[in-house]
Design a protein around this ligand. Structure first.
Ligand code: CTP
Ligand code: CA
Length: 236
């Protein structure tokens, strides 16, 4: 990374990035979680700071990453905590990027004490739905005093025989109502826990830009280029 070579196009902006995977406790020592490392979100936060933004990084569980320089970090565990932290920071944010892998479900009950095994088969774990933070942000934006907040979502898709990755992603962009959706093709060793990321950037205006297969910091730069372009396009 060569910070001195980066544009300062995010100067004066407050950007919020969520990163890592949320964890939903079953009991004091166990949780439901996912394999997100947080690397992509941390790269986005670091790059935004290098480009002049004030950055709030809402960090769920990550693979032991160190705090990027010049970034305010709010550490969270569960989806509820992430939701509260993101909404608080988003209230005066110019850009919100939801790179976190948010658990879709959580155990309906959280045992106060460690669950013990016994002679009988265990009870099934009942799950309940988590709030969709990204969709909430899009709804909450209407009430903000300042207009022009840009909201970016991430989607990791595998496709499934019938629909391909881009079909799923287009539908997701429409469903979420965000401005930009970064789409990664996952599975077969792609994206999760790796250094490299590739995919597409879909815009609410129908634009579809392939992203170079490169490092997560390169992808971060491409995302910030797109956000900058989006802001210029919509404000001037
Ligand atoms: N997201 C969120 N809150 C959730 C789930 C997801 O804010 N409860 C955000 C993620 O941070 C990401 C985007 O929504 O930016 C897309 O996440 P993804 O898991 O791909 O979408 P889902 O709507 O959960 O759909 P599915 O997992 O069924 O593909
Ligand atoms: Ca999901």
């Amino acid at each position: 990374d060569r910070p001195q070579a980066l544009p300062r196009d995010l100067e004066g902006l407050h950007v919020v990035v969520s990163a890592g995977g949320t964890r939903e406790p079953l009991d004091p020592v166990r949780w439901l979680g996912n394999r997100s490392s947080g690397k992509q979100g941390f790269a986005l936060a670091r790059t935004a700071a290098q480009r002049g933004a004030r950055v709030t990084l809402v960090a769920a569980h990550t693979a032991g990453l160190s705090r990027p320089a010049g970034v305010d970090v709010v550490q969270v565990g569960t989806t509820e905590q992430l939701r509260d932290a993101v909404h608080l920071a988003a209230a005066d944010a110019d850009v919100v990027v939801m790179a976190a892998a948010v658990a879709d479900f959580r155990p309906a009950l959280r045992a106060e004490y460690k669950i013990k095994k016994s002679d009988r088969d265990p009870d099934p774990v009942e799950l309940t739905r988590n709030p969709d933070v990204l969709a909430e942000l899009v709804r909450a934006r209407r009430e903000l005093p300042r207009t022009g907040q840009v909201i970016v979502g991430f989607a990791a898709e595998t496709g499934d025989g019938g629909a391909d990755v881009l079909d799923f992603a287009r539908a997701k962009l429409a469903r979420k109502g965000c401005d930009l959706l970064v789409v990664n093709a996952v599975g077969e060793g792609k994206a999760f826990e790796t250094e490299d990321n590739g995919g597409w950037l879909l815009g609410a205006d129908g634009s579809e830009t392939p992203l170079q297969h490169g490092s997560k910091s390169r992808l971060a730069s491409e995302v910030w280029d797109a956000v900058s372009g989006f802001r210029t396009g919509s404000t001037g």
